[in-house]
Design a binder for this molecule. Sequence first.
Ligand SMILES: [Zn+2]
Length: 184
Amino acid sequence: MNCPYCGYHDSKVIDSRSVNDGIRRRRQCLSCGSRFTTYERLQPASLFVIKKDERREEFNRNKLLSGIRKACEKRPLPTGTVDKLADDIEAGLFHLGKAEIPSTVIGDMVMERLRNLDYIAYIRFASVYREFTDITVLKQEVDTLLSGHRETLHPTTQLPLLPGEELVKTAKTRRMSQKKRRAN
Ligand SMILES: [Zn+2]
């Protein structure tokens, strides 16, 4: 790994620690003294995806990443969220320990995580993945989200679904605000 600042070919490791499925190394260039970080990951055995038409295709992290990235485009998500999501899914897939995995399993994993993260991204992804062909199916999906999102989803991580809506409140504060409304 050459130094990203001066291009020198050698560096020393000043710190290393395990992260997720890899090792993070903090390095210092032996020429210019700049510090930078490298990650070392185990290259897992090949994993093949079974497509809808039964064709097999080698799992491609970049493809997964670009699908998630498209769905999350311009959403107010913290930097690194998309990569972390792809990492989680990739790790989950390899953790299954199978040589082949249906594309639907991957799609469902993405859907589940996006649903807990951001509804707009979820709907965007779902519309491609589930191939929404008409507005009725899309409406059904949104209705399901609207009717369920206050009760079942992660209130602290969810971004507003409706324009002007504040972050989803916890059940307790919601009950309190309902009481207040009734009192008025
Ligand atoms: Zn350097």
